[in-house]
Design a protein around this ligand. Structure first.
Ligand SMILES: [Cu+2]
Length: 119
């Protein structure tokens, strides 16, 4: 979680991770003022919400797409996507991502860039 990265300001870096079921992903609060909240998770997976400025580890037990954001910086396009194995919830996750995109004022194209990385 960074104030500035290779893709501009207010970013998760990397914003896209392709993982396998059972993997863990750790969110590092490298800059201050950030946290992470899931917006779409596969069926059976628990939504998550971290504490501001705290490292956060999520275990990805279920295949599918996990779309998340940093709530204070959603308007600035601070979003990310994790794909675990097959994107079994692609339709549902894409709908959430597209509706979220409408609430982003800058860097909304990041949503499309993330979707383009889904295999
Ligand atoms: Cu943030």
């Amino acid at each position: 979680m960074l104030n500035a990265g290779t893709d501009g300001s207010m970013v998760f870096e990397p914003a896209f991770v392709h993982a396998q079921a059972g993997d863990t992903v750790r969110f590092e609060p490298t800059s201050t003022g950030h946290f992470v909240r899931s917006l779409a998770v596969p069926e059976g997976a628990k939504p998550w919400l971290s504490e501001e400025d705290q490292p956060f580890v999520v275990t990805l037990a279920h295949p599918g797409l996990y779309f998340y954001n940093c709530p204070p910086h959603l308007m600035m396009g601070m979003v990310g996507l994790i794909q675990v194995d097959e994107a079994v919830n692609r339709t549902a996750a894409t709908a959430v991502m597209k509706s979220t995109q409408g609430r982003i004022y800058s860097h909304g194209a990041r949503v499309d860039s993330l979707l383009a990385l889904v295999k």
